[in-house]
Design a protein around this ligand. Structure first.
Ligand SMILES: Cc1cc2nc3c(=O)[nH]c(=O)nc-3n(C[C@H](O)[C@H](O)[C@H](O)COP(=O)(O)O)c2cc1C
Length: 388
């Protein structure tokens, strides 16, 4: 019995509006774009699950093409990598399809076969692939329109400005020891975080050390590197229990080394800590303090439109590592969480919802007096976990 070829829409395709309202089909894996007519989208909508040409012919209401023509079209689409071929019931490629993982027609579209069941997961969504592909081809031609956005964000609406102590003599150790000691700590001592320690933490991790010429570009130098020295990241402190600081939400001004008080402590801030820290850390207790990391995205976007998000994520990683290492060095217990909220939720950032995006969090506190026992399993010389 001849097996019928089944076709299914490539899982990585998305539709966008091109110029003059034209529909554009995007293969987010290969970043190839195809101008398409609405009737073709009807066809592709039918291919959520594998179908034969005969089946498609019967179901494609907006077309009167004969079955043979539908088959040819499906083959063309398979050649372009927009649909993939699958054989019924065998869970493997159709006889006329190339080997799994190979391009369908050697055209680099990644249009290999799929099994008859659910689409194979690649660990990516089409959106993620699109952002990554876009980043690899960017920035767009002629970014840098108009004046660069300022490197400094000041909250005119702040309730109070609190200068942080200068030159705090916080402890410090050789870098190799700090690197060896760094680990995530999710339980904290019940005593408050001393403000001078927090001041030293901000000064070492985030304070602006100077401008990088040419001055008109608003580029600054800080402890963590940043793509194009754009430094889009803004730090918000959620202080529940910091000695010498009223509980509430603050913005760290890295130019003036000061905190801008934005909101008093309330149930909303407790909820924010719960959602962004306690839940992902699987802890019941709120941390004494935390950072809500944001990006003033246009600072980076002004220069790097098209790869903005990817640069911001990488900047965030650089800052996260700097925060973690400095925390370890000065005796603060820290744990990062990757939970992000889009759109941002805090009321104290409401006026900035269009300018800032949330990019991560860090819980802060003094380490618990009785730290949780280390569950680290040493690595044997073979590279395997060492047997006890
Ligand atoms: C980007 C990022 C996101 C993270 N998100 C979480 C999280 O949501 N919850 C959590 O408990 N730990 C989180 N962590 C901490 C990791 O779980 C931790 O680094 C990892 O388990 C290794 O442990 P170590 O930091 O002690 O070496 C995150 C770390 C990073 C860098």
């Amino acid at each position: 019995m001849t097996r019928q070829t089944l076709y299914r829409r490539h899982r990585d395709t998305l539709v966008e509006w091109g110029e003059n309202g034209k529909l554009v089909l995007v293969d987010c894996g290969s970043w190839r774009k195809f101008s398409v007519k609405p009737a073709l989208l009807d066809l592709l909508s039918l291919l959520d699950h594998p179908r034969s040409a005969r089946d498609v012919h019967g179901a494609w209401a907006s077309s009167s093409r004969p079955e043979e023509e539908v088959r040819r079209l499906l083959e063309q689409l398979a050649g372009a990598g927009i649909v993939r071929r699958a054989a019924p019931g065998d869970g493997g490629p159709a006889p006329d399809a190339p080997e799994a993982g190979q391009p369908a027609h050697g055209d680099g579209t990644g249009g290999g076969p799929v099994s008859g069941g659910a689409p194979q997961s690649t660990g990516w969504t089409p959106y993620e692939l699109a952002v990554h592909a876009q980043a690899s081809r960017s920035p767009v031609p002629a970014p840098r329109r108009g004046d660069p956005p300022p490197a400094r964000l000041l909250h005119a609406e702040a309730l109070e400005r609190i200068p942080l102590p200068e030159g705090v003599a916080a402890p410090s150790r050789p870098l190799d020891q700090v690197l060896a000691d760094r680990h995530s700590i999710r339980q904290y001592d019940s005593s408050p975080v001393p403000l001078p320690l927090l001041a030293a933490f901000f000064a070492r991790t985030a304070r602006v050390r100077g401008y990088l010429p040419p001055l008109k570009y608003e580029q600054t130098h800080r402890a963590a590197p940043s793509g194009g020295a754009r430094h889009s990241l803004e730090l918000y402190l959620v202080a529940r229990d910091v000695a010498g600081l009223a509980a509430g939400a603050y913005h760290y001004d890295p130019f003036g080394h000061a905190l801008e008080r934005l909101a008093p402590w309330d149930e909303e801030l407790a909820d924010l800590q719960r959602r962004t820290l306690c839940v992902p850390m699987e802890q019941d207790q709120l941390p004494p303090a935390s950072l809500y990391l944001t990006s003033c995205a246009y600072r980076t976007g002004w220069k790097y439109e098209g790869m903005t998000l990817s640069l911001i994520y990488r900047d965030t990683g650089c800052l996260m590592q700097t925060l973690s290492l400095v925390g370890t060095d000065i005796g603060l217990a820290t744990c990062l969480t990757g939970r992000v909220e889009a759109p941002m939720t805090p009321s104290f950032l409401h006026p900035y919802r269009d300018r800032l995006i949330h990019v991560g969090n860090m819980a802060l506190g003094l380490p618990a007096a009785t730290p949780a026992a280390s569950r680290l399993v040493p690595v044997a010389t073979t590279g395997e976990p060492q047997q006890p």
